[in-house]
Design a binder for this molecule. Sequence first.
Ligand SMILES: [Zn+2]
Length: 596
Amino acid sequence: MALISSESLERVKQAVDIVEVISAHTDLRRQGARWVGLCPFHEERTPSFSVDAGEKLYHCFGCGVGGDTIKFVEEKEGLGFAEAVELLADRYGVELEREKEDPRAEAKRQQRRRLGELLDRTASFYAAYLWESEEASKAREYLSERGLGEEVLKAFAVGYAPSAWDKVLLRGQRAGFKVEEMRGVGLVQKGRGGGEYDRFRSRIMFPIRDRRGRTLGYGGRAMRSDQGAKYVNTAETDFFHKSHMLYGIDLAKAAIARERRAVVVEGYTDVLALHQAGIEEAVGVMGTAITDEQVAALSGMVDEVILALDADSAGQEAMLRAQRVAAGRKMRLRVAAMPAGEDPAEMMASEGGAERFRALLDGAVELTAFQVGLVLARTDVSSPAERDRALAEVAPIMAGLGESASRDDLVRRVAERLDLEPAMVMGRVVASSPTSGGPELGLSPSGGRSDASLAFAAGRTELTSRERRERALLAMCIALPDEGKTYLAKLTDEHLTRLGSRAAAWIRENPQDPASNLPREDAELSGLVAELIITAHDEPASPEAMELNFLLLEQRRIEAEIAAAGEAEDAQRRAALSMERAALVQRIAHAERVGG
Ligand SMILES: [Zn+2]
């Protein structure tokens, strides 16, 4: 499809009224230069959501979403960029013009199409090989013993990779594909002698397809005991990122949209077995935990995600991160506790398995409550020391929920079980929030902040003091561009977080009108840029406050270097750095007097 011309895109951006568009989703009221309201992307009681009507940007200081009007429509209506622009153009009466595509982008798209064809062709080859070849008879037997019928295996295009070293390689070459292309999509790999050979051999092949059914990679299960890894996946390529993919999403998406929920399991055969039993909203994460990206991929389609994963052993931190992403997107994450040692595929193959599985889904509990429950279950409540330990363990888990009815509920349950005052438990939960501890030094020149921004600070859950300092400084670099130039030149990767570094680079490259050119392909970065611009408009900025924030980041950098020198047992360097730090501390004290 031809691209929308940049002129008409500009006209759409000019014509839209961001306050009007967003007001359809949440009530906004004016507060100083900005409009504020409850965030339409996450659940909250005090408003963290902010709209800058002049710059036509929004940002939530609670969950971090942000962008321009087009981005808002994309997220809220579940549309692609072009569709969102079309909707807004229609609503605000702008005629869209199309322009011829950039030839380089077109060439890249052609190449992607070609590689996609290679992956699809190979999947078909594997699938035919499973059903037709003699050497795949063991694989057919194995699949049928697992109770998987031909119909579901064919729907998922399950296949078999021959034992030969070069079948796929030779077929690809005959069809006109270059060896580098086959290596680029992970079908062949280089041997020690420099020659190329098939990556997948003697394995049952599960093509991993995107939402639209295009094969992007494969999972291969070993059929011989001497094969090393039981499962081998396509290595990460330009367009295959396993942690972003949901196995079976192409066949599950209709049921997911209908049921407004997804059932998440671990393995390929789990997904197949559930689909075969009519639980078609099942997808696989191909690991023991669900990733942020996988949660994001489901957002908009579902109200809840039920994890039938090994939640006991899954990385607790990964789960809590996924929980925060889900909470930010108004999704519930629940856990269906599988009986020990039984996976969904095995359950489905057993007598009455489908009914048992459905009952588990009905009884699924909130992920956070599940994890808190695990801790409480192994706590000996008769011992005060054990109760202390349990409280210390569950407080940060509950803090991850943010302000919500489910957090309050859980606090009451924990208090009851540990025989403590609910207020005391709540105190520990609040204290475990990463933002507790009062306003940070160096955030604004006066040290005093408006009530509104204090409310925003309270809504933030994940910022470290370093992040807050770097954000304050970067926002001031936008507010005071002349001084900003000096600081942007001085800031290095050692001062900044990775995201902060990218934002600094982006401001350096777009010094003129940062709002008109958001890095839209990068949601994380454009969210932060929107936040910085809104903060720049709203919060006071001064050269003194910039200096103070910079010095505090400098102090952190030196401290990291001192630690590194200590680890390297370089006493001389350590001493020199300590002197530097002492001088810096004096400058900070001075800057605080001037700034405060
Ligand atoms: Zn939010």
